[in-house]
Design a protein around this ligand. Structure first.
Ligand SMILES: Nc1ncnc2c1ncn2[C@@H]1O[C@H](COP(=O)(O)OP(=O)(O)OP(=O)(O)O)[C@@H](O)[C@H]1O
Length: 981
């Protein structure tokens, strides 16, 4: 068996589909670093089932898929196929050629495995190659890394290689499977034993319960056969008795209804009588009330009569009629006086009240006026204060020239000592307010120019400023200043231009003779109304003149424009005018203030007067209130006395005429008649009521008899109903027992089972049976069934348990056998390899000796492998103590020793000889050659010595960046290629 070819597509740097053909013997793969040589051994390893991404030099499995290069996009799938020649059936597979394929998709990380293009599982591939020596731990793929770590590995890590060589891997795998099976069997056995134990615990009590239940059922059968008959008989007897009871109850019920009716009738009669008696009582009460009133009336009238008689006698004896009339007349006059006085005081009272209210209103008005006036004065005061402050500011500007420059102020201060100073131009000129802004604009800085009479005066002043370091100023000497004017032709143009108002010098007034100065400064400046007109006029006069507007905008000579808003009106003309104005305002405000203060004084005096008057009025009003009350009471006394006297006069007249007497006697007779009528009516009603009382007594008698009879009937009925309820309960209990205990109806029991029994004996038997059943205690009828179930289950599980024990024994036996085989095979192979190792070592090292050792000789199944070597001329040392090259050579010795004992069909050696010196490389290559008749070698190498022994050489290149391409090369080219590495 040998590897015929590898087909790669999308695997690592093999982006394109590549087919690498191999043949028996040694195939060398050479090429520069990083060109993808080792990716070939990765590909073989991957197809043979490698699952460790670390072994494949990646961080996850998708790293094996071509992930793109500068010019190539990544691939979505990696696929590698190994094609083996199997004509010798070395692989246990009945085909001459065996293709093993592995694929991996990037998108879902899904893997696919195929054997001869048929999908299969990874396990199938692993099983297929298991006995071929191509397994994971075999020597089929050995890299430089394996070689260098061989020496430094722990003894246990080296064991895999020896196991593979001894062919114990499959036993190991089987043993592992057996152990797993054993564990599963043990688990099952434990589970079954647990259940058995549980069931054993249940069986004994269940058996006891079952036996008890069977006794119970037996007794229950006996009981049923007797008790059913007893119950049927009882039910029959009770049914008969209940029938009789129902008949008696019906009869009693009817009788009760009759008596109830009678009682109801009597009660209604009684009620009617009572109602009548009640009505009569009400009527009698009413009549008695009337009688009482009538009797009182009679008494009163009789008393009056006695009083009248006594009074008449007294009056007639004591009263003088003429004297009475004189007193009435006198009293009438007093009364009239009292009325007049009262009315007079009331009138005065009302008048005073109105005056008081008027005064209060005046006081309120006065208060409000004063308050308003005070507020007014305060406001005026504030304005005055502000205006005075502003006046001070303006005086400072206008009179103290604070707005002027230091030089101008110095000159003006010293004007008396200087020669011919007329004044500051701004102070000398005046204009109407509407032209002030324009004038100020027209003058500009010239407003501060100092006008002198002569040139000499100006020079003197300049000298003065200079000498005293008092600033600078500009001087306009009247004597030398030249007038400047608008040319005539331009004057014509101006007059024909709209908005033209005149030449600025025409809009100023001045008292001193300074014509030349005024014309010099203003005679050539034109005044117009608006900026538009100013621009038009400037254009019309070729921008020769300065044109100003009323708002202070300017079109300068040459045509430039100046304008905008002023922060505040600050021209000296305006200040002067404002100062005059503010002085007038202050004067008028001061006058107004004096007037207002005097008015406030008047109001204050008035307030005092009102307060005084109001106090007077309040006091008068309080006095009058008392007087009116007194007068009113005097009037009432006089009135009452007058009325008494007039009443007495009328009374006297009536007594004398006798009218009063006759009327009283008539009234008394009428009252007596009424009293007698009422007494008769009351008597009649009382008699009628008596007859009702007698009738009522009779009905009550009947009622008492009826109620007593009714009570007897009710008591009888209650007895019978209790008896009936008792029997019904018994009956339903019997029926229930039939139903509950024997699951049958009364009809069924009577028809099918009941027999004639001696009730006494039967009841005794029932009692005894029941006693026996009760003494059984709790009975679990389910136990019979449960016992059956549990014991059947127990038997089945017990059988399973025995089967599992026997299976466990078999597995243990098989494991022991496998262990035995593995120990034998391993130790035999180990001994052979050990022998060969010594020989190969001596050949490669040119002498010395080497030995393999078990690290744990007592446990051959798990022992690690230690190596002791003694190169020629050196002491025995452990492998870890040698140089890199020596370690590699020892590892290679071991490799060849294993190959001698257990040749593998194919072996990939990836730069294993890289660390050897030239002489050792040659020895290594010779060994390869020696083994190549039995083993196919694929050698990734950079070493010439190795290349020389190769039967076929491939050069790996990356003509396209990042993509590996393999081409067949001659030895010379191969050496060149390796040298570019
Ligand atoms: N998934 C991948 N896609 C594309 N290129 C990959 C992928 N995995 C590895 N490579 C490339 O493979 C190259 C390494 O290949 P390899 O290790 O086989 O080189 P080498 O010829 O054995 O080098 P040396 O002689 O140095 O051992 C690197 O260039 C790496 O970029």
């Amino acid at each position: 068996m040998h590897l015929k070819r590898i087909e790669l597509h999308g695997f690592k740097s093999f982006a394109d589909k590549s087919v690498i053909e191999f043949q028996p013997g040694i195939t060398g793969i050479v090429g520069p670093n990083g060109c993808g040589k080792s990716n070939i051994s990765d590909a073989v390893r991957w197809v043979l089932g490698e699952q460790s991404v670390k072994s494949l030099r990646g961080s996850n499995m998708a790293d094996v898929i071509f992930n793109g290069s500068e010019d190539r996009k990544p691939q979505s799938l990696a696929e590698v196929t190994l094609v083996f020649d199997n004509e010798d059936r070395f692989m246990n597979f009945d085909y001459n050629e065996v293709e093993i394929t592995r694929r991996l998709y990037r998108q879902n990380n899904e893997a696919e495995y195929l054997i001869n293009k048929e999908p299969c599982r990874l396990k199938d591939i692993v099983d297929l190659i298991m006995d071929t020596g191509l397994g994971r731990d075999s020597l089929s793929i050995i890299s430089q890394g394996n070689i260098s770590t061989f020496a430094d590995s722990k003894p246990e890590e080296r064991r895999g290689m020896f196991e593979e060589a001894a062919g114990v891997a499959k036993y190991k795998k089987r043993k592992l499977e057996s152990i797993r099976k054993l564990e599963r069997t043990k688990d099952n056995l434990d589970r079954v034993e647990d259940i058995c134990l549980e069931l054993e615990k249940q069986i004994a009590p269940l058996k006891r319960q079952k036996e008890k239940a069977e006794v119970y059922l037996e007794l229950k059968d006996q009981l049923q056969s007797i008790e059913v008959s007893v119950l049927v008989k009882e039910i029959e007897n009770l049914s008969e008795s209940l029938k009789d009871l129902n008949v008696s109850l019906d009869f009693l019920d009817k009788e009760k209804v009759t008596i109830d009716g009678q009682i109801l009738l009597n009660e209604q009669q009684n009620e009617t009588l009572k109602k009548k008696m009640y009505d009569l009582d009400q009527e009698v009460n009413g009549l008695q009330g009337q009688l009482l009133t009538a009797m009182n009336n009679v008494n009163e009238l009789e008393t009056q009569k006695v009083e009248i008689d006594t009074n008449r006698k007294h009056i007639l004896e004591n009263t003088d009629k003429e004297d009475l009339q004189a007193r009435i007349a006198q009293m009438k006059a007093i009364l009239q006086d009292a009325v007049n006085e009262y009315n007079d005081r009331v009138h005065r009272y009302n008048e005073t009240k109105e005056e008081k209210m008027d005064l209060e209103a005046s006081q309120e008005r006065n208060r409000n006026d004063m308050m308003a006036l005070r507020q007014n004065i305060e406001n005026l005061n504030l304005q005055l204060h502000n205006n005075r402050a502003r006046k001070e500011q303006l005086i400072d500007v206008v009179e103290n020239k604070s707005g002027y420059s230091y030089g101008v102020r110095s000159v003006m201060k010293a004007r008396q000592s200087l020669n011919g100073i007329i004044g500051v131009l701004g102070d000398l000129l005046e204009s109407d307010p509407e032209y002030e802004l324009a004038l100020s604009t027209a003058l500009g800085n010239a407003v501060q120019f100092v006008v002198t009479k002569t040139d000499e005066g100006a020079r003197d002043a300049i000298r003065f400023l200079k000498d005293n370091k008092s600033g600078r100023a500009t001087f306009l000497p009247v004597e030398t200043m030249q007038a400047r004017r608008i040319r005539e032709e331009h004057q014509v143009v101006c007059q024909n231009t709209s908005g033209y108002l005149g030449v600025m010098s025409d809009f100023v007034r001045y008292n001193t003779p300074i014509d030349s100065v005024v014309l010099n400064q203003l005679g050539h400046i034109i005044l117009v109304d608006t900026l538009e007109h100013a621009s038009a006029l400037s254009r019309a006069t070729f921008a020769r003149y300065k044109v100003v507007t009323l708002d202070g905008e300017v079109v300068n000579v040459g045509g430039s424009l100046t304008g905008g808003s002023y922060k505040q009106q600050s021209s000296s003309f305006a200040s002067k005018r404002e100062l005059e104005m503010i002085k007038e305002v202050i004067e008028s405000q001061e006058k107004e203030m004096t007037e207002k203060k005097s008015k406030l004084n008047d109001l204050d005096n008035m307030a005092r007067e009102i307060s005084h008057n109001l106090l007077q009025k309040q006091m008068s009003f309080a006095k009058l209130e008392v007087v009116v009350t007194n007068k009113k009471s005097d009037l009432q006394v006089a009135k009452s006395e007058y009325e008494n006297l007039t009443n007495r006069s009328i009374e006297l007249s009536e007594i004398q005429s006798g009218a009063q007497d006759n009327q009283l006697i008539n009234e008394l007779n009428e009252a007596k008649k009424r009293r007698d009528r009422l007494t008769e009516a009351i008597q009649a009603k009382r008699e009628l009521r008596m007859s009702f009382v007698n009738e009522n007594d009779k009905i009550e008698e009947t009622l008492r008899a009826s109620r007593s009879h009714l009570r007897e009937i009710q008591s009888d009925m209650t007895q019978k109903q209790i008896e009936k309820a008792k029997q019904e309960t018994e009956l339903s209990n019997y029926l229930l027992r039939l139903n509950d205990e024997y699951k049958m109806t009364y009809e069924y029991a009577k028809e099918e089972l009941a027999t004639e029994v001696n009730m006494h004996e039967a009841k005794e038997t029932v009692r005894l049976l029941r006693h026996k059943i009760d003494s059984l205690g709790n009975v679990n009828l389910q136990a019979i069934e449960d016992y059956q179930d549990v014991s059947t289950r127990y038997e089945s599980l017990n059988t399973q348990r025995l089967d599992l024990i026997s299976a466990q024994d078999s597995i243990l036996k098989a494991i022991d056998e496998m262990d035995e085989i593995m120990v034998t095979r391993f130790s035999e192979t180990f001994e052979k390899i050990n022998k060969e190792f010594n020989i190969v070592f001596r050949n490669l090292f040119g002498g010395g000796r080497a030995e393999l050792r078990y690290s744990d000789p007592d446990n051959i199944l798990e022992t690690g492998i230690d190596i002791d070597v003694q190169p020629p001329g050196k002491a025995v040392q452990n492998i870890t103590l040698f140089s890199g090259g020596e370690k590699a050579l020892i590892a290679i010795s071991c490799l060849f020793a294993i190959l001698r004992v257990r040749p593998v069909p194919m072996c990939i050696l990836d730069e294993v000889e890289a660390a050897l010196d030239v002489a050792n490389v040659e020895r290594f290559a010779k060994y390869l050659k020696e083994f190549s008749s039995e083993t196919q070698f694929i050698v990734v190498t950079h070493r010439e010595g190795t290349m020389e022994e190769c039967d076929l050489l491939y050069g790996a290149t990356m003509q396209q960046k990042g993509v590996t391409k393999l081409v067949s090369v001659k030895l010379k080219d191969a050496i060149d290629l390796a040298q570019t590495a």
